[in-house]
Design a protein around this ligand. Structure first.
Ligand code: NAP
Length: 222
């Protein structure tokens, strides 16, 4: 058993989620940022790859006080679990994502000294030999009562999750800008499919800020 998993991302009109400098680019407008905060508040966990932690140093917490209060009233922790997928424990000890209610998912290849340091800042789960075994990780999360996971990138983690059939829905805000660059990260990077492409079913299209919000259901092959 695994949780319901959805990817939420913001990309430019040409499909980039950052520039070739791999630094955070403001793609969303105010309305989309409020929507993302609501989605976080409604999720049991928010997940990113270590590439996003190294590039953006995100906090991954719910920004709205009202939404945090709503979570507490509903008997949930103030913020959803923050999960970093980080096989070799490369997350810096100063990363803003660390703290209470944070899980670092590592593989057996992680350096034990780094694990000792990081385990003082968050919980550490070991799953997988060289790389984090994402299916096993989701089974562990499900066993802890986590039922809804919001994945906030980046393109490498998104690819692995889709490749392994672990994503149920993709929400993308497409902003009114062009970033360009052959090596700028896209919504889904990794090796990519050569044939037998992953099929999606369109759920909704909604104009938002200077762009459009697209929601897709990920179809399972029969
Ligand atoms: P990423 O997808 O965040 O993280 C990838 C890393 O996760 C891998 O290099 C790998 O490093 C680790 N990992 C561990 N187990 C894995 C597994 N089973 N499958 C895949 N990865 C695994 O990094 P990224 O692709 O470099 O993306 C970062 C970029 O995306 C940044 O430029 C950031 O600004 C951008 N971004 C944009 C948005 C947006 O919505 N616009 C959102 C997030 C990020 P190890 O092997 O060392 O573990």
């Amino acid at each position: 058993m695994r949780p319901y998993v959805f990817i939420n991302s913001a990309m430019s009109a040409d499909g980039k989620i950052s520039s070739s400098l791999r630094r955070q680019v403001r793609i969303s407008g105010a309305e989309d940022l409020r929507r993302v905060d609501r989605l976080r508040a409604e999720s049991d966990a928010v997940m990113v790859g270590v590439g996003t932690v190294l590039a953006d140093d995100p906090k991954l917490r719910v920004k709205s006080e009202i939404l945090r209060a709503w979570r507490l009233e509903s008997g949930k922790p103030e913020n959803p679990w923050r999960i970093v997928v980080d096989s070799k424990a490369r997350t810096p000890c100063s990363a803003k994502v660390l703290g209470d209610v944070c899980i670092l998912a590592v593989s057996r290849a992680a350096n034990p000294e780094r694990l000792d340091m990081l385990s003082e800042k968050c919980e550490v789960l070991v799953c997988g030999e060289e790389q984090v075994d994402l299916r096993a990780l989701f089974e562990m999360l499900y066993a802890r009562g986590i039922r809804k996971v919001m994945v906030e990138g980046g393109g490498t983690l998104n690819w692995s999750l889709i490749e392994h059939g672990l994503v149920d829905e993709i929400c993308v805000f497409v902003g009114g800008l062009v970033i360009g660059g052959g090596d700028a990260p896209t919504l889904v990077d990794g090796a990519g499919f050569r044939d037998e492409f992953q099929k999606l079913e369109l759920i909704s299209v909604e104009p938002m800020d200077d762009g459009v919000l697209l929601k897709w259901r990920v179809l399972r092959s029969a």
